[in-house]
Design a protein around this ligand. Structure first.
Ligand code: R1P
Ligand code: URA
Length: 236
């Protein structure tokens, strides 16, 4: 096994079979400190903090992915291929695009559209549809219902651009895309290629067309819902 890797110092067995991945490594630290028991730091290379601990007696890891597809591409590839991780659940923020999508909404990315050429590497003679793991999505929907957390499920957009000059998003919205973030497409493609499981759960932190954005206090509560949903789905 190729461990440790250039980006992860953990040893074989340091990660649980399921890893939750926020973009922000400090969110990973927050989850480890507030939601996990007996959490142990397993990675800090490049400040990409990763922890393994227990949630209701179940072993779970949480690590930052960084921002954008190249970063998520590296970490999810190494976790799937070199650390025997079976499931990655991304927990991120996203910009709302759909007319029905409001601040604080929790969105499941069933499919991840993109403006990136990440899938070029597979040399396919057509266009692959990067989708989440179906069973994981069903489990998340059932868990959300049980916890009383409303969720919307559908296509999201994984964009290479955070600053895009405000152009081009209307067309995605008109095709029914609910929200924009920057990593799910690479995560789904890596999971599909490795025959593993992935799901992206997002909290809407701002709205692309109305310009509304959550205050930092609101973010904390809304993110708690998403983290609870991800943790309960992971152990479900
Ligand atoms: O909150 P995270 O998980 O980082 O997700 C979103 O926030 C970042 C941009 O601000 C991008 O990584 C985007 O996908
Ligand atoms: O990628 C992202 C994440 C949150 N909000 C956005 O507008 N874009």
């Amino acid at each position: 096994m190729n461990t440790p890797t250039p980006h992860i110092q953990a040893k074989q067995g340091d990660f649980a079979k399921t890893v939750l991945m926020p973009g922000d490594p400090l969110r990973a630290k927050f989850i480890a400190e507030n939601f996990l028991e007996n959490a142990v730091l397993v990675n800090e290379v490049r400040g990409m903090l990763g922890y393994t601990g227990y949630y209701q007696g179940n072993r779970i890891s949480v690590m930052g992915s960084g921002m954008g597809m190249p970063s998520m591409g590296i970490y999810s590839y190494e976790l799937f291929h070199f650390y025997e991780v079976e499931t990655i659940i991304r927990i991120g923020t996203a910009g709302g695009m759909g007319d029905d999508v409001k601040l604080r909404d929790v969105v499941l990315g069933i499919g991840a559209c993109t403006n990136s050429n990440y899938a070029e590497q597979y040399g396919l003679s057509g266009t692959i549809a990067p989708i989440c793991d179906f069973e994981l999505a069903v489990k998340a929907m059932e868990t959300a219902k049980r916890l009383g957390i409303p969720v919307k499920a559908g296509n999201i957009l994984s964009s290479d651009l955070f600053y895009d000059g405000g152009k081009g998003k209307e067309q995605w919205r008109d095709m029914g895309v609910l929200a924009v973030e920057m990593e799910a497409n690479a995560l789904y493609l890596n999971a599909i290629q490795a025959h593993k499981k992935a799901l992206c759960i997002c909290t809407i932190s701002d709205h692309i067309f109305t310009g509304e954005a959550l205050s930092s206090a609101d973010r904390q509560t809304s993110f708690s819902d998403m983290m609870k949903l991800a943790l309960e789905t992971a152990i479900g």
